[in-house]
Design a binder for this molecule. Structure first.
Ligand code: FUB
Length: 302
């Protein structure tokens, strides 16, 4: 599930999470990596690249990861629950895109919630976006502090926004406190908690095309993959539309990449398990842009 796909060394590497075969909850225990030389060849499973028992600070729930390259090193970034049951975000480092990855002794200080996406900008700065409501615990945080009383905004209250943070050069530390990545409607008004078809839920993924930043995400209970755009990395980002309509299974989660001049959406559904939400499989399909930068909506049940 949760495929984060990247082009490294002219091949497509896929960094998914790994649903357990008989699982009835999302308590995953290791990560595999897949590699595809091109989009016509079936991927090769490179095996386990990181496992729970090797991560000193983690207790359970290895959720959606990502990977980024810097100066010939590969930084595998992943969420897991710490020993107190709070989601944190960790880094494991490898010399090759196919792993294995050696975890840092502790999680990124100041990190919380789930679904990290590392975004290298053209100017050499690396940003991390992250966050997920409900099971992902983002609704428990305000001003980067946990409070049990915090809850998901409702009705006309401003929606809980995903987070963005500039990373230090070592990619192991944040260079600042995480900020809200504000998602607005077409009039510049922040999306509201009651706007279930558009507000952020989880699965942030960022890319840049023709000088425009695209922030893409899942809406959770309405099961849509959506996108919003901005001319600046921190935003605000204006909601633009739906990328993928609902797939089989509860969650929807994805990545987007350009490979040899064509764009692709990697995503998951639960087709191969007959719709069991905790047993998901990876798919990919071609992604089309209109001339004005709009993404052509893909039918998730097609
Ligand atoms: O796979 C576990 C969690 O489910 C991910 O972190 C979320 O994005 C959702 O896909």
């Amino acid at each position: 599930a949760d495929p984060s796909a990247h082009v490294f060394e002219d091949k497509i590497y896929i960094y998914p999470s790994h649903d357990e075969n008989n699982a009835n909850e999302y308590n995953m225990r290791d990560y595999h990596v897949y590699v595809m030389p091109d989009t016509q060849t079936l991927p090769t499973d490179l095996g386990v690249v990181l496992k729970l028992e090797d991560i000193p600070w983690a207790s359970e729930y290895l959720w959606a990861p990502d990977c980024v390259e810097k100066n010939g090193k590969y930084y595998f970034v992943f969420p897991a629950k710490d020993k107190q049951g709070r989601f944190r975000i960790g880094i494991a480092i490898g010399d090759n895109p196919g792993g294995p990855f050696t975890p840092e002794p502790n999680y990124i200080q100041g990190s919380y919630s789930i679904d990290p996406c590392m975004f290298p900008d053209d100017d050499g700065q690396y940003y991390m976006t992250f966050g997920g409501l409900m099971g992902g615990q983002l609704d428990k945080y305000k001003d980067n502090q946990w409070n049990d009383m915090n809850r998901e905004p409702q009705g006309n209250e401003q929606a809980k926004m995903p987070k963005i943070v500039l990373m230090k050069d070592n990619l192991l530390e944040m260079a600042e406190a995480p900020r809200d990545l504000v998602l607005t409607d077409e009039y510049g008004k922040p999306l509201t908690g009651g706007d279930g078809n558009r507000r952020f839920f989880e699965a942030p993924w960022m890319f840049k095309k023709d000088g425009i930043y695209y922030f893409t995400y899942s809406t959770g209970g309405s099961h849509l993959l959506c996108y919003a755009t901005s001319k600046t990395v921190y935003g605000p980002y204006t909601y633009r539309g739906v990328i993928l309509t609902p797939v089989s299974g509860w969650t929807t989660h994805h990545s987007i990449l350009e490979f040899k001049g064509k764009w692709y959406l990697f995503y998951h559904d639960a087709e191969r398990s007959g719709g069991v939400s905790t047993r998901r499989n990876i798919k990919f399909t071609s992604l089309q842009f209109k001339e004005n930068g709009d993404i052509v909506t893909i039918n998730g049940s097609g």
